[in-house]
Design a protein around this ligand. Structure first.
Ligand code: CU
Length: 110
C-alpha cells in the first residue's frame, strides 16, 4: 500500500532519505512496499532494513534496482526502518495500529 521510494530527482529532498518516512497500516493488513533505489550509479547502494521486531528484514539494492517487500502486519507497535548505509539520515517508522470497529468489519468482509 505504500511506496518507500527514494526519489531525490523529483521529491526535492536532500540526498539519502526515504521519501516516505512514516507508514501507518492496520493490524491484519498485507503490507506491500515497493522499494526503489533511484541512484543513477550502481554503487549508490541503499537498503530497506527493519533491524528488529516481528518484521525483521533487510533488502539492499544497487542504484537503479527495485524490489517488492511483502508481509502481514500481525503485531501492533511502532517499528523503525533504516538504510544500513546511511543510518543517520535514512530512518523511518512503520506504525501498525489496531483497526477501529468499522475498519475491522471491513477487513473481515474482504
Ligand atoms: Cu541509504
Amino acid at each position: 500500500m505504500d511506496n518507500a521510494k527514494i526519489n531525490e530527482e523529483t521529491s526535492g529532498l536532500p540526498a539519502d532519505v526515504f521519501n516516505i518516512p512514516e507508514m501507518t497500516v492496520m493490524k491484519g493488513d498485507t503490507v506491500v512496499i515497493h522499494f526503489y533505489n533511484v541512484e543513477p550509479d550502481a554503487d549508490g547502494r541503499h537498503s530497506f532494513t527493519m533491524p528488529e521486531g516481528p518484521y525483521t528484514t533487510t533488502v539492499a539494492l544497487e542504484g537503479g534496482q527495485n524490489q517488492t517487500i511483502t508481509f502481514t502486519a500481525n503485531q501492533t507497535g511502532i517499528f523503525t526502518y533504516i538504510c544500513t548505509f546511511h543510518t543517520l539520515s535514512m530512518k523511518g517508522q512503520l506504525v501498525v495500529a489496531l483497526p477501529t470497529h468499522d475498519e475491522f468489519r471491513a477487513q473481515q468482509r474482504q
